[in-house]
Design a protein around this ligand. Structure first.
Ligand SMILES: [Fe+2]
Length: 390
């Protein structure tokens, strides 16, 4: 049973009452008030982001960021959580589309079919705990550099983890753990799902071929992103973007008319959320790998895993529903990042997402700003539930 907030309910976020419905956010109103068919188009990043933007190089120089001093992250690798009941999380993650790569009495490593040895690490503990995301860095030297940041752990060899490698764990200014790994051997190649051919009205390449699907979990490819609810937003943005090659793709802001207002855009607005990508220069990377949003409390918001396509995702949604798990929000289509999303609660109430069909960016994609007041979480999908915003 999908639970959402009743229509016309509002919820306070970023200092404003915000309606918890899609139509109140404008998504169901036609721009000029006349009823016209909907449209969809694929447009250049520069055009999609529009005038409220700035080049990444300019944003970095204005904010005193020297990319040559950053610890270089290659990609996000896996999530790390502690759970009170490992049996329950095993059943859930298998229904979510992962497999067990390796286990001991108190630790389990779960894999997808992508290039990583594992995408989710679970440790047994007396209570549930968020142990941070893990990012793969370019060189062992990056681990050594990270180990000099105040509060960092020593470099430790991961003897039991599939693919081995070394790990350093840092603490960000708000106390979240940040894990950096290096030296993991690539996973043996797994079979990828077949590309399903779609016919649309003017392009029908599927002739005398029929689409057939089998029910089951949506197989997870890789970890795509995760995000944090924070209170010291400016300090957190500074820490992440100075120390590492996290580059903002989009900021959301609220207006701040007084002279004290500050924003990394330099305007009289206050940034309240950021979606960041991993800056790999010319190479295309996911629109966001790590995001932060201001909130009354400090906690992890969700982590998100990529699945093959829309049908895979729908079948996976159906599977999780059949197994009796609780949907948070979905299936719908985000605006920033364009992903098709589907959020669920784990049995111990962590939020976890399947996504498909996300945008890619690179160093030439400008940093964009959008009003958090005209919230643009989704263009279609069920009403936004209140608990998604908490
Ligand atoms: Fe997400």
């Amino acid at each position: 049973m999908v639970q959402t907030a009743a229509p016309n309910v509002s919820y306070e976020q970023w200092g404003e009452k915000r309606p918890v419905t899609l139509d109140a956010a404008g998504a169901l109103e036609t721009p000029d008030g006349r009823v016209k068919p909907n449209t969809g188009q694929t447009i250049e990043d520069l055009k999609a982001i529009g005038d409220e933007s700035e080049s990444l190089a300019s944003w970095q120089s204005r904010n005193g960021i020297d990319p040559s001093r950053q610890i270089k992250i290659v990609k996000v690798s896996h999530m790390r959580y502690q759970h009170a009941d490992l049996d329950v999380i095993v059943k859930f993650l298998i229904d979510f589309g992962m497999c067990i790569a390796h286990k001991t009495d108190d630790e389990i490593w779960f894999r997808g079919y992508g290039p990583d040895q594992y995408v989710y690490y679970a440790r047994r503990g007396t209570e549930k705990k968020f142990l941070g995301g893990a990012f793969e860095v370019e060189t062992y030297g990056d681990l050594e550099k990270a180990a000099t940041i105040p509060g960092a752990s020593d470099i430790t060899e991961m003897k039991e983890a599939p693919g081995g490698g070394h790990i350093v764990t840092l603490q960000d200014p708000e106390g979240f753990l940040v894990n950096l790994i290096y030296g993991q051997t690539p996973a043996p190649q797994s079979a990828f799902p077949q590309k399903v051919i779609y016919n649309n009205v003017h392009d029908k390449p599927r002739i005398r071929k029929f689409n057939r699907f089998t029910p089951g979990p949506a197989a997870v490819h890789k970890l795509g992103h995760f995000g944090l609810c924070v209170q010291n937003f400016d300090a957190m943005v500074e820490w992440y973007t100075k120390n590492f090659n996290f580059a903002p793709t989009d900021f959301l802001y609220v207006p701040m008319p007084n002279d004290d207002a500050k924003s990394t855009s330099g305007k009289k607005i206050k940034d309240v959320a950021v979606f960041t990508h991993i800056d790999r220069g010319e190479d295309p990377v996911d629109h966001h790998t790590f995001f932060m949003t201001t909130n009354k409390t400090t906690h992890v918001h969700h982590c998100s895993f990529e699945v093959h396509d829309y049908d895979t995702q729908q079948l996976g949604h159906q599977w999780l529903a059949k197994e009796g798990y609780t949907s948070v929000w979905g299936i719908g289509r985000h605006i920033l990042g364009s992903q098709i999303f589907d959020y669920w609660w784990t049995p111990d109430m962590n939020m976890i997402e399947h996504y498909a069909d996300g945008d890619l960016v690179n160093k030439d994609t400008p940093v964009g700003w959008g009003s958090a007041g005209h919230e643009s979480l989704a263009v279609w999908g069920p009403e936004v539930p209140q608990w998604f915003l908490e």
